[in-house]
Design a protein around this ligand. Structure first.
Ligand code: NAD
Length: 255
């Protein structure tokens, strides 16, 4: 543990790999970790210009790694390129997709696409990173971005609910295997945030009204609302926290 409360949240000298960091929650998490002192490796399919600009403005090291995490093909390369910035201390598995259709009409393609990005690649990237974290016995942090659908059923998103419920279980399993070896594995469950992921919901006045009416905080989450939880789980302050799924949801689950 760090000596002071402020120091307990300090990530100076650590490096964090964040997948899907070009936009939305991934970008907000990368910026928050950089604010706390971390160097950032931003992994994703598209340009990371805005994220790079914000991280560099904070004076932190930055590297972008292009990778499509819909297959396992890039996993070893992602780790190798990330290590060019330095040791990987934190991995944030944020990249995720959603497909919407009634369960009766849901296709195999939409099932596989979501499971591959949201669950399969998360597991194998975590495995690849954990092997390095364990090799030098300095441990690390893995933070999975789960969902309210890790706790609830939802409607019209069967593969998303299956993947995010599976991710909560995977978080607990990895915590059980690696807690004793110095790796803290935890998850964050964002509520309803204003990002591309929820554009369809916000564009539908009826769904938008239903969702807003259920959130005790009375507003959608802003991506800036997520960073504190990520900094906490990445930091010395969370040294004894393992296997939790931390909701950041404006009170949704409390209702
Ligand atoms: P977003 O659509 O804005 O961002 C998703 C990110 O994942 C993007 O950076 C995208 O490029 C990346 N990504 C998707 N497929 C990829 C692939 N094959 N390879 C590499 N990168 C890929 O949405 P967001 O809301 O910022 O989502 C981030 C995470 O938060 C997701 O896991 C999502 O399920 C989760 N989440 C979001 C909300 C919300 O309300 N927005 C709620 C709960 C959970």
């Amino acid at each position: 543990m760090a000596d002071t409360l402020t120091g307990a949240f300090d990530l100076t000298g650590r490096n964090a790999v964040v997948t899907g960091a070009n936009t939305g929650l991934g970008q907000a998490i990368a910026v928050a970790l950089a604010e706390a002192g971390a160097g950032i490796v931003a992994v994703g399919r598209s340009g990371m210009d805005k994220t790079e600009e914000r991280v560099r403005a904070l004076g932190r090291p930055f590297r972008a790694v292009r990778a499509d995490l819909s297959t396992l093909e890039p996993v070893e390369r992602v780790v190798a390129e990330a290590q060019e910035l330095g040791r990987i201390d934190v991995l944030v598995n944020n990249a995720g997709i959603i497909r919407r259709a009634d369960a009766l009409d849901f296709t195999e393609a939409d099932w596989d696409a979501v499971m591959d990005v949201n669950l399969k690649s998360v597991f194998f990237l975590s495995q690849a990173v954990a092997r390095r974290m364990l090799a030098d016995e300095r441990g690390g942090r893995i933070i999975n971005i789960a969902s309210l659908l890790s706790f609830q059923g939802g409607i019209r998103i069967p593969s998303y609910t299956a993947s995010k419920s599976g991710l909560a279980g995977l978080t607990r399993l990895l915590a059980c295997e690696w807690a004793g070896r110095g790796i803290n594995v935890n998850a964050i469950a964002p509520g309803y945030f204003v990002t591309n992921n929820t554009a369809a919901l916000r564009a539908d006045p009826e769904r938008n009204g239903q969702i807003l009416g259920r959130i005790p905080a009375g507003r959608w989450g802003d991506p800036g609302d997520i960073g504190g939880a990520a900094v906490f789980l990445a930091s010395p302050a969370a040294a004894y926290v393992h296997g939790i799924v931390l909701p950041v949801d404006g009170g949704w689950l409390a209702r």
